[in-house]
Design a protein around this ligand. Structure first.
Ligand code: ZN
Ligand code: ZN
Length: 264
């Protein structure tokens, strides 16, 4: 562990590094929960689709890409309003559910659409040919619309991506007491904190703001329905308390992550 001497950093800069780390620890505390829930969703979709269509359990399809599955035009994906669609590259990749083998992937998009809080999954991020075997490609449908296509795992995905899955996939409400339908909920506020810290014009955070950040992130990790009993969330909470009260100690690996996230 390399220790950053707090005397060498201005107080506000040290606060900024702490805020970045707080967001990172919170993200790491939520990752196993998010991965597990999305994997359960992926497996249930595949099971339900086979059952509902009279297919043998375990029937898979890996031949449809998202372009095949998204109608042209689709709002926010095909920019037909401003001219030609630049998403659907050619006729072969146009939406054609009748031609899809067993309609597996077409039904998969319906399931994703149905559980998306705003009914606008981010298909630009995802490789649909991997949906049957890679739950992280399914997870990407619930992230912000752009910027996640090359993120292969939860570890590579930033806080905004992870928390957006919780906010956009309606099933998470089953394990969260906070009302996620309410626009001012603590998960939305945590997402704002992550974005504010990352996009701040100067790498500085005031004492009072930092205090608020720690308070909210700890409160989020204490949501009583599930997270309060989850080991990973609770470990993250302990790390937040140590970070808030102790000197700024940061490993090179963590510093790299912080710098990588702040550049994205
Ligand atoms: Zn398919
Ligand atoms: Zn199109």
């Amino acid at each position: 562990m390399a220790s950053v001497n707090p005397i060498l950093l201005e107080k506000e800069t040290s606060n900024w590094v702490k805020a970045q780390l707080a967001v990172l620890y919170t993200k790491e505390g939520l990752e196993p929960f998010v991965c597990y829930e999305i994997q359960q969703f992926q497996l249930k979709c595949l099971d339900d689709i086979c059952y509902n269509n009279g297919l043998l359990s375990g029937t898979l399809c890996s031949s449809c890409c998202a372009e095949n599955l998204v109608k042209c035009p689709t709002n926010k994906i095909c920019n037909v309003g401003r001219g030609k669609c630049r998403y659907h590259r050619n006729a072969a990749t146009r939406f054609n559910p009748a031609g899809r083998p067993n309609k597996i992937c077409h039904n998969f998009t319906t399931e994703i659409q149905n559980v998306h809080r705003y009914s606008d999954p981010s298909y630009k991020n995802t490789d649909a040919t991997l949906w049957y075997g890679n739950f992280w490609e399914v997870a990407k449908c619930f992230m912000p619309p752009d910027g996640y296509a090359d993120k292969a795992s939860s570890a590579e995905t930033d806080f905004n991506g992870i928390i957006s899955i919780i906010l956009n996939h309606k099933a998470f409400q089953g394990k969260i007491k906070e009302d996620l339908n309410n626009k001012i909920n603590m998960f939305e506020r945590a997402r704002d904190i992550g974005n504010d810290v990352r996009h701040s014009s100067k790498p500085e955070v005031e004492d009072l703001d930092l205090k608020k950040y720690f308070h909210l992130l700890r409160q989020l990790l204490s949501d009583p329905k599930y997270l309060a009993q989850d080991t990973h969330a609770q470990d993250a909470k302990i790390k937040l308390t140590e970070l808030e009260n102790g000197p700024l100690v940061i490993s090179e690996q963590c510093m790299e992550k912080v710098l990588r996230d702040s550049k994205q």
